[in-house]
Design a protein around this ligand. Structure first.
Ligand code: GLN
Length: 323
């Protein structure tokens, strides 16, 4: 069944309207790493979308490049699934929401981190990437992230330097994983690579294309390149839905209903299967570390565009007998 044609001018109009609605909200604090990054303004705002058939729209500071930070966790999970397969990944990291803060050490009894979107699980997922050393792992990720975005992405040295001076907690988590005999590489190497993936920068339109690639089942709708298998996109969006907003995920699913991943840069990535990718950037965070104005934009767009993935869509229609 073909969907009715879409009025794509509405994408731009609605994005601009949503930005205008949240613009004046100055609540929340930006992450402290930004103090050490040149050219970062904490009241910046951008939003972009890309549909699975390649229509793009954007509003706000669409040229500004920000760090992926924890948004990279979802992307690395996709890459490692693609590279080594689901079973090999699940041996090292689970898929259960932890209900704890992102930097909490939430481990199953067998020593596996709860899921790949908290720091412990993300460090593990990074360490499982098949590569000889930390530089190769980062190079593999930058190549795959670039294919997902359809743009040449790179690691920001400024952001990486700022992250390295604040790495104690992540090193602590990695040493505990190593002590439990779980980490396939050294704690130092895993954290060095993980911090580099967090420091890859993107613009909002580039991030929206990454979301659209997931939403389209792994084929980049702008370049036409198949980057991930369909099952990988599905597994990645599954953990984004159940774990992507940390300990605010339950409320997020109830109110927004979009598989998503947040980062402390103020980045927010959403992917609605079969529909579109959405990206927002606004650095002021709530107490859970999620972008305040970003959440506002997603709430508004979900309501306007019927994006909740659990919305009733006439299941079993194909089983009905026409009379
Ligand atoms: N680099 C940060 C960290 O690991 C990312 C955290 C985040 O974006 N929530 O602590």
């Amino acid at each position: 069944m073909d969907a009715d044609p879409m009025d794509t001018t509405r994408l731009d109009d609605d994005l601009r309207a949503m930005l205008a609605e949240v613009e004046s909200d100055r609540r929340g604090e930006p992450s402290d790493y930004l103090e050490d990054v040149a050219g970062q303004h904490v009241d910046g705002l951008a939003a972009a979308v890309c549909t699975v058939d390649g229509h793009q729209a954007a509003a706000g500071e669409t040229d500004h490049a920000f760090a992926l930070q924890s948004v990279s966790k979802a992307l690395t999970y996709a890459v490692v699934l693609q590279e080594v397969g689901l079973d090999a990944v699940l041996e090292r990291v689970g898929v259960e929401p932890s209900g704890e803060a992102f930097n909490h050490l939430s481990l199953h009894d067998d020593g596996r981190p709860y899921n790949p979107l908290i720091n412990a699980g993300a460090i593990m997922a990074h360490a499982v990437l098949p590569a000889g050393d930390h530089e190769e792992r980062v190079a593999l990720l930058v190549r795959r992230y670039s294919a997902l975005a359809g743009a040449e992405l790179e690691v920001s040295q400024d952001v990486l330097d700022a992250e390295r001076t604040r790495a104690d907690r992540n090193l602590g988590l990695a040493h505990l994983l190593a002590d439990a005999g779980q980490l396939p590489v050294s704690a130092r190497e895993a954290v060095a690579g993980y911090l580099a993936q967090c420091s890859v920068t993107v613009t909002a339109p580039q991030l929206a294309v990454m979301g659209a690639t997931l939403a389209a089942g792994g084929t980049n709708p702008v370049t036409g390149e198949r980057v991930l298998d369909e099952w990988v996109a599905q597994q990645t969006m599954s953990v984004m839905l159940t774990c992507g907003m940390y300990d605010a995920t339950g409320q997020w699913v109830a109110e927004v209903g979009v598989p998503a991943k947040s980062g402390v840069s103020g980045a927010l990535l959403g992917a609605v299967p079969g529909a579109l990718g959405i990206a927002t950037w606004s650095p002021r965070l709530d107490e859970r570390g999620n972008s305040r104005r970003g959440i506002g934009i997603f709430e508004g767009l979900s309501a306007r565009w019927d994006l909740h993935v659990l919305q009733h869509r006439g299941a079993l229609r194909g089983l009905r007998v026409s009379r």
